[in-house]
Ligand binder design. Sequence first.
Ligand code: COA
Length: 249
Amino acid sequence: MTDAIQIERERGLLTLRLNRPDKKNALTRAMYSHLVEALKQADTDPDINAVLITGSAECFTAGNDIADFIQQPPSNLDSPVFHFMLNLLECRKPVIAAVAGAAVGIGTTLLLHCDLVYVSRDARLRMPFVNLGLCPEFGSSLLLPRLLGHAKASELLLLGEGFSGEQAAEWGIATEALGSGEAVLAKAREMALRFESLPPEAVRISKQLMKAPDREQLRKVIEEEGALFTQRLRSPEAMAALSGFINRR
Ligand code: COA
C-alpha cells in the first residue's frame, strides 16, 4: 500500500485522493491496486453511499506512470490498471470526480465512467494515446464518438488535441465547470454527500438501469481496446514516444 492514494471517510462518503504531487499524480501499479481495494470496500460496505475521486486543486492526474509503462507494461486483463477500471465500471455506488489542472490519458478516460464529474473551467484534459504510439482505452473509442460525433471525437482521439474543463462541460463529458479547484472540490463533496439522504436501493437500481444498455457492448470494446493497447505498448512507435518523454530533459 502507498500513501500516494489517500483514503478519507466522511460519514457515508469515501474520498480517494491521488497524492503523488512530485509526479503530477501519475498512476503506478501500486496506486491502481490501492484504488481497487477502496472501490471494493465502497461497493460492499452498506454504510458507504458514494465515492469521490479527486487529486489536488492544481492537478488531477498526468495519467498512467510512463516509467511503469516502459518497465512493467500491463500485459493482459489481469493487470492492476484493468482491475481498477473494471471495478470503476462495476461499482454500484455513485462515483463522483472532482478535477482541476491536468487530467491526461486515463485521467480523462476514467471520467467517462463516473456518474457526476465536476471540473475547473481551466482544467486541461487530453488523451494523447496516438501521440504516444498507443490507442484509445476503456471504452473511449465507443463512448466519445457517441457523445461528440465522429468528427469531434477524432480531433481528441486521433490528433490528441487537449480541451478545457469548460469545453468538457459543454460537451457533456463533465456535469459542470466551476471557477477554481477549491470550488470544484466543494461542489463535488456537497453533491456526493447528497446521496446520504437518498434511498440507497433506489440509487443503486437507477444507476444500474442507466448503465445496463451499454454494458455488454462496452465490455467487448474494452477487451478489444485492451488487447490492442497492450500490443501497442510493446511497439517501436510507443517505445520511442514513451522513452522520449522520460528522456526529454
Ligand atoms: N508518468 C511519469 N512521470 C510523469 C508523468 C507520467 N505520466 N507526467 C509527469 N511526470 C513527471 C515528470 O517526468 C516530472 O518528473 P521530474 O520532475 O522527476 O522530471 C514531473 O512529473 C513534473 O512533470 P512536468 O512535465 O515537469 O510538469 P508540467 O506541469 O510541466 O506538465 C503535464 C504536467 C501533466 C502536462 C505533463 O507532465 C505531461 O504531459 N505528462 C505526460 C502525461 C501523459 O502523456 N500521460 C499519458 C500516459 S498514457
